[in-house]
Write a new protein. Sequence first.
Length: 184
Amino acid sequence: MTDALTDDVLRALQGRDSELFRAVYQAYAGPVLGYLTAKGVADPEAVTQDVFLAVLPRISTITGGAQGLRTFVFSVAHARMVDDRRQQSRSPEHCEFETERDSRASGSAEDEAMELLAPGEVLALLDILGEDQRDVLALRIVAGLTVEQAAEIVGKSPGAVKQLQRRALITLREHSAVKDYVAP
């Protein structure tokens, strides 16, 4: 493979650092990016920039003409690729959180209270609520639906469903607190 960057071009650009760097970047950025991509670097564009940032201050000290420069650029690229692999092996894999695939469940105070009550007590407690509040609690707590799913079923906005649920739970807490203070 012949380089567009020859020994003659390098000699002609000596002393003109910005033009020399531009010529080196144009000649080798594509092949370096291809090399890093083929080697599985996580962010090959960023690593390509790092390679040329490392090459820039040392361009004038490189010996061996165009072949020496090419060897140096790719040795820096290889070293950055090795660093990237080490970093990938040490850091956890990043993936986006998908709520629908999350099988974890944490019980709320309401869930625990509902489990402690007998079915008859639950029905008696639900009788003190309005029909909308009963429907929302049944869909959210008993059926385990999301706010959006419950909203679609009852024909209300998600915000309205949240408010109905909040008010229903407050009413149930207040009723339970009053019942606990009344002697049987």
